[in-house]
Design a protein around this ligand. Structure first.
Ligand code: SF4
Length: 327
């Protein structure tokens, strides 16, 4: 017969042990929205379909992801920035879109043109055209030189591209400004820039059209929520991917340890400790297989962490029910 004292002691020991074990468990969560968006996925599928029927040159990087670009290269798909250098009968405009001027030049050339511009980039172009037609001076919040921004300003005679308040000094005097954003800009930055812009030019009418795409908003919101509860955040995406850099920036505001990796082999075991809660997110050009290989690597690490209490693998590794929802 177990005395009440012994029973209480055993229960206390059990709960202490369970807590210690729980503290050792490495938790891996994926963001509710992460990875490749429909615009990039459709563009890749169209390029593969076309390449299966004939030679194809893509005008710029179809995606800012070296793994995906290598696979496209293996399929014989070439890349050039200028259509005059195309070594094929067909060319493809990427999901980032291009200007009407370039489109007209392509139509006048002997090349067969496939247009993989994302509908949400088309939307940004239409919003900008509407503002310009109303007499607004066009302002684009985005990264100068980025192919999407180059396409947005390609039909404009005068415009300004802003990324921070320090760029306001370049803006000419005008009674009416029209502002759009590159589709992958963070909503918080864009909103605060628009507010600061209006405060800097109080006499002017400022019209803002929110052209940030919904997949970008979803990924940024989900990354922020996950970063808030994670010890370590892993952001998967190309080193030249603007939206991946923005995810890193968002996560860094809410988590002390954020690592940007292109693939699983970039992960370093010393980044992780037993008991860490690890969050994973990925840019809009990161394919599912790269995300899965990072998860697999972390699962393997969780199983072989030496200071972990002896439990079955299934108990050691907990993946929270963090629904992965594709857009
Ligand atoms: S990031 Fe947004 S705008 Fe760009 S391709 Fe994806 S869905 Fe389209």
């Amino acid at each position: 017969m177990v005395s009440p004292f012994t029973l209480r002691f055993k229960l206390l020991f059990y709960f202490m042990q369970t807590k210690t074990q729980q503290e050792q468990v490495m938790i891996i969560r994926t963001a509710a929205h992460l990875g490749m968006c429909f615009g990039v996925r459709d563009a890749i599928s169209a390029a593969k379909r076309q390449a299966a029927q004939g030679s194809l040159t893509v005008l710029g990087d179809l995606v800012h992801n070296p793994g995906v670009n290598s696979e496209l290269k293996r399929r014989g798909i070439k890349t050039t920035r200028h259509y005059q250098n195309a070594q094929s009968d067909s060319v493809m405009i990427t999901a980032h879109g291009t200007s009407n001027n370039t489109r007209r030049a392509l139509e006048a050339s002997p090349l067969r043109v496939y247009d993989a511009t994302c509908p949400l980039v088309h939307h940004a172009h239409r919003e900008l055209e509407t503002l310009v037609a109303k007499g607004c001076f066009p302002i684009i919040i985005g990264v100068e030189g980025h192919v999407e921004v180059t396409g947005l300003v390609g039909d404009l005679e005068d415009y300004r591209i802003l990324i921070s308040e320090s760029d306001f000094a370049t803006v000419p005097t005008h009674p009416h400004f029209g502002i759009v954003a590159q589709t992958t800009q963070p909503l918080d930055r864009v909103r605060s820039l628009v507010a600061a812009f209006q405060a800097t030019f109080p006499e002017a009418k400022v019209e803002f059209r929110d052209t940030i795409c919904q997949p970008t908003k979803n990924r940024q919101r989900a990354a922020r929520s996950l970063a808030e509860i994670s010890d370590v955040m892993i952001v998967i995406g190309g080193k030249h991917s603007n939206n991946t850099h923005e995810l890193v920036a968002v996560c860094s505001k809410h988590c002390d340890q954020v690592h940007h990796v292109q693939e699983a082999s970039d992960l370093m075991d010393c980044w992780f400790q037993p008991g860490d809660e690890i969050g994973i997110t990925a840019g809009t050009s990161t394919p599912e297989d790269q995300i899965q290989s990072v998860i697999q690597h972390l699962e393997n690490l969780a199983h072989r962490t030496p200071s972990r209490p002896a439990q079955s693998g299934a108990e050691q590794f907990t993946r929270a029910p963090w629904a992965k929802v594709e857009v």
